[in-house]
Design a protein around this ligand. Structure first.
Ligand SMILES: CC(C)(COP(=O)(O)OP(=O)(O)OC[C@H]1O[C@@H](n2cnc3c(N)ncnc32)[C@H](O)[C@@H]1OP(=O)(O)O)[C@@H](O)C(=O)NCCC(=O)NCCS
Length: 149
């Protein structure tokens, strides 16, 4: 497995790979609204960083986020291809993201996660994030989780 960090601007090929893997990870087709939001985030948000894991040039996992303030980062979206879960790939990408944040100007990373997403909540806890709040997203309870560097 190889991992790499990709930063803006993102090519059309890159975005197509991001969408294709997202559809595998979340097991649903990306609709127009989702694609529009993705495109907007990739083009407009500051310091977008996407850590990609590949095997033989095929994408198997990614972890994406962006800055919300000068020194605060939001870890937005991530996942591992379903057949490759439980092999520490999610943890490896999370570690890379945190190492990169620590070596840059960021002082904290924050993320939102559905409370019933046990795998992601546990991975976040294992990676040093704590639950600092809760909110409801589309009627679904979410945790706000944060780690300070
Ligand atoms: C969450 C996700 C990224 C974890 O990736 P992964 O590569 O399978 O996880 P890892 O093998 O690196 O696991 C690291 C730790 O996370 C926790 N974890 C991972 N999967 C878990 C599961 N199914 N149940 C409980 N804890 C889990 C464990 O603490 C694990 O450490 P351990 O094996 O020593 O106990 C993966 O399940 C996934 O892609 N889920 C769907 C996408 C998603 O929900 N993304 C988050 C919203 S954007």
């Amino acid at each position: 497995m190889k991992t790499r960090l990709v930063e803006a601007p993102f090519s059309e090929t890159f975005i197509a790979q991001f969408v294709a893997l997202s559809e595998r990870i979340f097991q649903q087709s990306a609709d127009r609204a989702w694609l529009d939001r993705l495109q907007w985030r990739l083009e407009k948000m500051p310091d977008v960083t996407i850590f990609v894991a590949e095997v033989d040039s095929e994408w198997i996992a990614y972890k994406a986020g962006y800055a919300t303030h000068f020194n605060r980062y939001y870890s937005w979206l991530g996942g591992v291809a379903p057949s490759l879960r439980g092999k520490k790939i999610g943890k490896a990408l999370m570690d890379q993201q945190h190492n990169w944040l620590q070596s840059s100007r960021f002082k904290s990373v924050e993320t939102h996660v559905a409370q019933d997403n046990e795998a992601m909540v546990r991975l976040n806890l294992k990676s040093g994030l704590s639950i600092v709040g809760m909110f409801s997203k589309d009627g679904e309870p979410n945790f706000i989780m944060k780690k300070t560097f």
